[in-house]
Design a binder for this molecule. Structure first.
Ligand SMILES: Cc1ncc(COP(=O)(O)O)c(C=O)c1O
Length: 337
């Protein structure tokens, strides 16, 4: 992957490294000072805990360049808290909130020059992994670790931008184990990879919607919502899926706009009978319309199969806040630089 300067058109999501990253080493659970260094290869001992026992987690958040030119991080406090929670679940040394916050703000400040204009953004990817060199430590936490915060100038996550997505409904297999759903750990993604890869190859869909036991959870990289002119319906938070920051923002804006928000079980029968729109919410996906769902009995279309008006309305409301075009009524933005 090559480092490059400010792109003129949006590159594929996640393929371009911003020039500068921030690193902190952790020994005996204690975090060293942050180091700001060029984005480059990492050095790992081949016995490193992460390479054998999967002690790795990450976060994903964005800094947006507003239409006024100001760069603002979106809800980074929430991403810091979620990474602390994930680290706790993986028994990795939990990064102090102040240090992780500073690392995120530093990486944005150092890479201001490569942040594309809207709809592009700087995607910030903090990572934490166990580095203790001990291949006998399968049942022991890694006391050594490294925190690395990289960044990437990005455009659209789903190739095709504004088109409605198609999903395959999976009603047997879970995305990951129930107690780890709320962790943003690499292991969760690799567990879902086979199912998602097969779905793409065999059904030409964009993603898999996991609904083990007949109750909707989420897709492999975003939360799922049903919408109509009055309501937004989405699964209530539990430990089986990731507690998306975008999900929370969309639900908050939906309430502000007068929608009734229902956080509850969403049975597959209701999903297949839904007379309205469906969408995916996530930092990368923003709010992406779902046009159709492939399932055992065939294909269900949401609305007219295109991007619906309620999805557009909520997406526009979210993007307007992120770009500094609408008032930041909930204190979600932090200017950088
Ligand atoms: C599995 C999964 N669910 C949901 C989300 C959405 O979370 P957020 O809105 O915090 O990005 C993500 C990340 O984007 C994810 O990877």
């Amino acid at each position: 992957m090559a480092t490059q300067t400010a792109p003129t058109s949006a590159p594929p999501f996640g393929t371009v490294a911003a020039p500068t990253m921030v690193v902190a080493d952790v020994a005996d659970g204690r975090y060293d000072d942050l180091r700001v260094v060029p984005t480059r290869e990492l050095t790992l001992h081949p016995f490193a805990h992460v390479l054998h026992y999967g002690s790795a987690c990450f976060e994903g958040l964005k800094a947006h360049r507003g239409t006024d030119g100001v760069v603002r991080l979106f809800r980074h406090d929430r991403h810091v808290a979620r990474m602390q929670r994930t680290a706790e679940l993986l028994l990795l040394p939990v990064p102090p909130a102040t240090l992780l916050t500073e690392a995120i703000e530093r990486v944005v400040a150092e890479n201001l020059d490569v942040i594309p204009a809207p709809p592009g953004a700087l995607y910030v990817r903090p990572m934490l992994f166990g580095t203790e060199p001990n291949i006998g430590a399968a049942a022991a936490p890694s006391r050594e670790a490294q925190l690395v915060v990289v960044a990437s100038p990005v455009g659209d996550y789903f190739a095709g931008g504004g088109r409605a997505l198609s999903l395959l409904l999976e009603t047997v297999l879970p995305r990951t184990t129930p107690q780890f759903g709320e962790a943003k750990a690499g292991a969760n993604y690799v567990m879902a990879l086979g199912v998602t890869h097969r779905a793409k190859a065999e059904h030409a869909v964009d993603q898999v919607l996991f609904a083990p036991g007949g109750l909707v959870q989420e897709t492999g990289a975003a939360n799922f919502l049903l919408l109509d002119d009055d309501r937004v319906v989405t699964p209530a938070l539990d430990s089986s899926f990731l507690h998306g920051v975008t999900r929370d923002a969309v639900l908050t804006l939906a309430r502000d706009l007068g929608y009734r928000v229902e956080e509850r079980d969403v049975p597959v029968e209701e999903l297949l009978a839904w007379d309205g729109e469906a969408a995916l919410a996530g930092t990368a996906a923003v709010l992406a319309a779902v046009g159709s769902l492939v399932h055992g009995d065939g294909r269900t279309t949401f609305g007219d199969g295109e991007v619906g008006p309620n999805t557009t309305r909520l997406r526009d409301a979210l993007v307007a806040v992120q770009r500094g075009e609408a008032p930041d009524a909930h204190g979600w933005l932090a200017p950088v630089g």
